[in-house]
Write a protein that binds this ligand. Sequence first.
Ligand code: HSE
Length: 322
Amino acid sequence: MRHQRVRVKVPASTANLGPGFDSLGMALEIYAWIEMGFAEKTQIELFGDNLEGVALDKSNLIYEVAQMVFAEAGEHHPELYIGMYSEIPLTRGLGSSASAIVGALSAANALIGGKLSADRLFQLASQLEKHPDNVGASLFGGIVVAFWDGARAEHIRLEPHLDMEVLVAIPSFQLSTEKARHVLPQSVALPEAVYNLSHSSLLVASFATGNLAMIRHAMQDRLHQPHRAALIPGMTEILDRAVEHGALGAALSGAGPTMLALLDARGGRRDELEAFLRNTFVKHQIEVDTRLLRPCLTGVQVLPAEQGDCSLLELAKGELAV
Ligand code: HSE
């Protein structure tokens, strides 16, 4: 069914989950909302605090991505209304740009009656973002195991364990993915490669079988985290000691600087773990915001928006209050 206006709700994502560099992602219950409709003249409205620097003209990423969808579907809709509200902090390793891309693809596709398949949206999103673990998680929800080889992306989605929670510690400073990739070596020795593929495989198997006790052994990385440690004061201590404070395992979230710790909701150690994450950053004079989240199971959701509905902001705030 075609729509004049739609709204989408897109989850944030955490990429890598330690050893699964560029290949393992999980959707998280923090969201961005995008409203999109056909218009006489393009208008872009941004709400909230997490969208500084976002373009308000036709160079806007969401506008450009929507035009790609229309072009691929053989349609022409140069004038659009776009509204966006986001709870996802920018450049902190929580997939804000992947969420924007997935939201734009899904909203534009919903406007034209879903002409493109979910797989096609995943291919486009992976080409644009280059990180199939981020875009796959935002599109499909849950845990996503994926590759993108430059031509094609493939994925399998896993259901997260129902008792698994995620504590994120979001430092106040920003770190661009570009900068965090720049510190990585272009080649690795065979032992490092073997270390990562064995740990990443074991981590996938732990998630797939619900073996939470194995996560502490599996969630270890030698490919990217050691090289990024100098950019994130406190990171090494968190990786080394989070398990002592009740975590199932800990990792840098995506390219950072957010740190992520998985925990078992039944363990009763949330407060201890949160205090450990917070105090470790504070010791390095870094302000930090900690949030206890659940994995998001649904992926992007399309909600038709009819005239007279509440505003995008009211919708988002209403859901946050629930
Ligand atoms: N997998 C990417 C990286 C994350 O670690 O550089 C991009 O969000």
